[in-house]
Design a protein around this ligand. Structure first.
Ligand code: AMP
Ligand code: ZN
Length: 472
């Protein structure tokens, strides 16, 4: 049974969906005014893995993740370029989708965009006004009446009275018209040069928090199973989403709240505003997207992860070991003499099943991808010792299927790329040529072939199971 650490209760809880066999989850997506950085990629990769694991466990997953396509930063970027805000947001949504594909992050079931859901936001704001949870100020701004919601602070475990004195982030200046400093904006009047929509209160645009309450309700209903995002969103964003949704709908908003820790660089959060970031694009120039994916999953999602060149290099080596193992299985399958699985091999397959069990145990325990990857690694080591030239093709295929089943939960592609498979046949032909030279005791030729491959970045290893190769 899957257990999830719930930010609401601060403990692990058994996962029980609202609807049998289904998971409805919502993850806050990026604000699209720039290329995404690898900090933004952490929740994308992690929650994509959560979705894959639920599917592996037989659940039907409805996964919704938004693009925030109206916001101060988007408008600023648009004004700088002298274009419409939608030109900026559509451009970066497109770029974000490309980055997701490079990281093997599947598109969500739905990717709603704020600007296309304005009517829903107006409706929910009106409900909040009607129920006394919101009020309209003189200039047409609509505020949420925070103190009216008795459970405010339940997610971030903050006491509303301490917030009043200490929560400076909420005490924004220039908002004298608020009844209380804790009140937050649901709708605000337009300013010169900003996009706006008609509403009963003024021409303007929605506040940020209301978009997620409305879009999650639209696609997933009043009560979600899981709501996720980075831990910077716990307060105030998610706290405010709860206040809006529960006041408007009268039922619990999300049963499980999951938050990933930060991707840091030199000990501080990677962020656009600090300027200490690498875009996903920067990293893809140097590494395969799979390596970045492996890197992100090598640590538990609730632990901070420090980005460094060394860690990326070790992720690369580790990932390639898995790919090499898979390639070796393909190679063995091609040259196996027998198809039928022998009795001894049957016993080995039972042993191999232990790695699946180990993997599932790790993932069931609050999606511990670090331990799950360790299980995959042990399995790879086991395969390298237990599969060889004498193995039957049935046995080798079974191992390959098992390995692929686990790595696909991680979203890791372990097949060599097209260009690599041409390379593989080239290298294998060279290896055969070298073996023939050795057999003929033409060691000079054998060494020359080894050197030729080395120059191309291919290292040969003579092992008991024959010659293996890897990239330098
Ligand atoms: P934003 O575009 O800043 O709203 O962020 C989109 C998503 O990325 C949110 O879930 C954030 O919590 C998450 N995020 C942003 N920066 C980081 C970071 N350095 N580490 C982990 N998650 C982050
Ligand atoms: Zn959100």
């Amino acid at each position: 049974m899957i257990e999830i650490y719930n930010t609401l209760s601060k403990q692990k809880e058994k996962f029980r969906p609202v609807h049998e066999g289904e998971v409805r989850m919502y993850v806050c997506g990026p604000t699209v005014y720039n290329l995404i950085h690898i900090g933004n990629a952490r929740p994308m990769i992690f929650f994509d893995t959560v979705r894959r694991y639920f599917e592996y466990r037989g659940y039907k997953v409805n996964f919704v993740s938004n693009f925030t396509d109206v916001d101060d930063k988007i408008i600023k970027a648009a004004n700088e370029e002298g274009v419409d805000a939608s030109v900026i947001s559509e451009r970066y949504i497109e770029e974000c989708r490309k980055d997701m594909a490079s990281l093997n992050v599947r598109p969500a079931t739905t990717h709603p965009q704020a600007t296309r859901e304005i009517q829903g936001m107006i409706d929910m704001i009106q409900t909040l006004i009607d129920k006394g949870f919101a009020y309209v100020a003189e200039d047409g701004t609509v505020y949420y009446r925070t103190r009216k919601f008795a459970y405010y602070g339940k997610l971030s475990h903050k006491d509303i009275d301490n917030l009043r004195s200490g929560g400076r982030s909420l005490l924004v200046t220039g908002e004298e018209q608020k009844e209380d400093p804790l009140d937050f904006v649901l709708w605000k009047p337009k300013k010169e040069g900003e996009p706006y929509w008609e509403s009963p209160w003024c021409q303007g645009r929605p506040g940020w928090h209301i978009e997620c309450s409305v879009m999650s309700k639209h696609y997933l209903g009043d009560t979600l199973d899981i709501h996720g995002g980075g831990e910077d969103l716990v307060f105030p964003h998610h706290e405010n989403e709860i206040a809006q949704s529960e006041a408007a709908n009268g039922v619990p908003f999300a049963n499980y709240w999951m938050h990933n820790a930060f991707l840091n660089i030199d000990g501080s959060k990677m962020s656009k505003s600090l300027g200490n970031f690498f875009t996903v694009r920067d990293i893809l120039e140097r590494y395969d997207g799979q390596v970045l994916r492996y890197f992100m999953l090598s640590v538990h999602y609730r632990s901070p992860l420090n980005f460094s060149a060394e860690l990326m290099e070790s992720a690369k080596t580790a990932y390639e070991r898995i790919v090499n193992c898979a390639a070796n299985l393909d190679f063995l399958m091609g040259k196996a003499k027998n198809a039928e699985i022998s009795d001894a091999e049957k016993a080995l397959l039972e042993e191999a099943d232990g790695f699946r069990v180990q993997f599932e145990k790790a993932m069931d325990d609050d999606f511990n991808t670090a331990d799950a990857i360790a299980a995959v690694f042990e399995f790879v080591k086991w395969i390298n010792t237990n599969a060889g030239d004498d193995s039957s093709s049935g046995f080798v295929k079974d191992l390959k299927d098992r390995l692929t089943a686990l790595t696909s939960v991680m979203g890791l592609v372990i097949e060599r790329k097209e260009e690599d498979s041409d390379l593989a046949s080239y290298v294998e032909a060279k290896i055969e040529e070298r073996q023939a030279a050795r057999k003929a005791k033409d060691f000079a030729k054998a060494d020359a072939i080894r050197d030729e491959l080395k120059e191309k970045g291919i290292i040969l290893e003579d092992t008991r199971d024959g010659v293996k190769w890897k990239r330098a």
